[in-house]
Design a protein around this ligand. Structure first.
Ligand code: HEM
Length: 142
């Protein structure tokens, strides 16, 4: 398994654990009210679960299993995939903490969303040449 996949899958598992913990806390709060501020965790819960876990796991496994290219750079332009790794995690963390920054938090949440979108775009650019039929040269269908 390539090193980037190891990092992405491990990060995704950390996001899953965090999403589930927050989810359980919110669920507990619905039954036994603790602190209304707990609902500030909802955005974090959704981002950890949908992007930090689901999207990052998919990116990590795709980087590993999509067809390799011939020649030296068999995984393609790898720094793009590392950039996507940084952007997705920075984006999710920015959105997660944004409710605690008042009005500045709106800017932080927007920056977080832009970073998450950037991760998807950068990863798509990275993986595109590897989306090819078995045995085909880069990006062409036989
Ligand atoms: C990968 C798994 C999960 C995903 C993708 C996910 C996603 C979501 C989403 C998108 C919402 C917002 C729903 C809405 O506002 O309409 C939500 C809310 C919530 N989730 Fe999760 N969730 C996951 C797992 C869990 C788990 C394991 C728990 C509890 C142990 C949990 C507890 C909650 C609670 C309590 C809410 C708030 C519901 C409400 O507004 O009343 N979630 N989740």
């Amino acid at each position: 398994m390539p090193r980037l996949t190891v990092w992405m899958v491990r990060a995704a598992l950390l996001h899953l654990g965090t999403a589930f913990t927050i989810g359980a806390l919110m669920l507990f709060h619905k039954g036994n009210p603790l602190d209304a501020g707990i609902w500030r965790l909802l955005a974090a819960h959704m981002d950890f679960a949908l992007l930090g876990w689901t999207m990052q796991l998919a990116m990590g496994v795709a980087f590993w299993i999509m067809p390799r290219l011939s020649g030296e750079r068999k995984y393609g332009v790898v720094w793009l995939a590392w950039l996507a790794f940084g952007l997705i995690n920075a984006g999710v963390l920015a959105v997660a903490v944004s409710p605690w920054f008042g009005t500045a938090g709106n800017v932080l949440a927007l920056a977080g969303r832009a970073s998450e979108l950037g991760a998807a775009v950068v990863f798509a650019i990275h993986i595109w040449p590897r989306v090819k039929a078995f045995g085909a040269t880069t990006g062409k269908t036989p």
